[in-house]
Structures are given as structure tokens and as C-alpha cells.
Ligand binder design. Sequence first.
Ligand SMILES: CC(C)(COP(=O)(O)OP(=O)(O)OC[C@H]1O[C@@H](n2cnc3c(N)ncnc32)[C@H](O)[C@@H]1OP(=O)(O)O)[C@@H](O)C(=O)NCCC(=O)NCCS
Length: 172
Amino acid sequence: MDDDTSSVRLEVWSEGDAGLLSALNAPESTVHLGGPETEEQLVRRHRRYVGMSADGTGAGRMFRIVLLPEEVVVGSIGFWAQTWDGEAVYETGWAVLPGFRGRGLATAATRAVVAEARAAGRHRHLHAFPSADNAASNAVCRKAGFELLGERDFEYPPGNPMRCNDWRFDLG
Ligand SMILES: CC(C)(COP(=O)(O)OP(=O)(O)OC[C@H]1O[C@@H](n2cnc3c(N)ncnc32)[C@H](O)[C@@H]1OP(=O)(O)O)[C@@H](O)C(=O)NCCC(=O)NCCS
């Protein structure tokens, strides 16, 4: 498996990243995520992400994705604690701005976030749950070395049922 991550650097989410969150909240970037969130939801999400940066317990972390060597912010990625089938696991999710897609950047960032989750060290497994019809995101999981466990029913956001693929990376 190619595990090159040199095209990106992950930087811990900070106060200045609210604009990135807004840019990624466009309709075209939220097709598989239940559509754009309200301004109030975005503010809450941003506060939650900043709070995760201050937490040193290994419960999770969000990052901005920085393209190298240009040093341009191109997206977001992170990992957080979740309970899945009764097991305490990490979950990950990502988004890349439309102008930077199709260059392998989400895949590189996902490989980098695997290393971050492994270093955080709290859970053995890292899951991703892309919508079954999100071809790009499912391709990212496959290329980053996740194992496809199968399709599952999921709710995201709460109240919005969707059919997802359950992908798992063994951090052990
Ligand atoms: C999913 C997303 C992050 C992918 O970002 P990206 O940087 O373009 O991803 P990569 O370039 O690393 O890889 C994309 C892969 O998907 C493939 N792909 C893209 N669109 C595709 C499509 N419609 N059908 C099939 N494959 C597709 C690409 O060919 C590429 O694979 P390849 O390198 O083997 O050719 C981006 O599309 C996005 O931000 N979408 C909106 C947010 C979202 O849905 N997030 C996922 C939540 S789980």
C-alpha cells in the first residue's frame, strides 16, 4: 500500500478555522452529509472542534488540511470517540474544498489521520462511515487501507436515515 502523506500537513483546529468550516458547508460539499448546517450549528461545531484541540486525553482531535508546499488550507479531517456495536472506537471524517479535489489530498490526509489516531492510542479501531453512494469517499477509504466490513443503516444528522459503508482500520 502506498502510504505517502507528503502532499499535506495536518494542523490542529484553532480559532481561525471558522471560515474553513463555513466554506465546507456549501450545498455541493454536504450532499452526502444531510445538507448545509445552520449558522448556529456551525458555531457550535467550531466551538466543539476548538475544545477538542485543548483536550489531551486522546478522545479525539480535528485538523485543517494544509497543502504542501503551497501552504494553502484545503480541507478538514479528524477523529473522535464513538461507540459502535458495543465497542469503544474512533471514527473519522473528512472534506476537501471543491477546487482541490481529485489530487489525492483526502487520501493523503486520511493516511495522516490514521497515524494521529494511532498515536492518541485510546482505541484499537478507526471507523469511517461514508454514504454508500459517496463514490469519492469510499475510494478514499479503500486507497488509505481501510477494510470494508459491509453496509449499515446510519442516521446523520440525527433523524436523517442513510445507508453507509462501514470501513475499519486496525490501529493495533
Ligand atoms: C470525499 C472527498 C473528501 C474526496 O476528496 P479528494 O481529495 O478529491 O479525494 P482523493 O483525490 O484523495 O480521492 C478521490 C478518489 O475518489 C475517486 N472519485 C472521485 N469522484 C468519484 C466518482 N464520482 N466516482 C468514482 N470515483 C470517484 C477519484 O477517482 C479518486 O480515486 P483515484 O485516485 O483512484 O482516481 C471530497 O469529494 C469531498 O470533500 N466531498 C464532500 C464532503 C464529503 O462527502 N465528505 C465525506 C464524508 S465521509
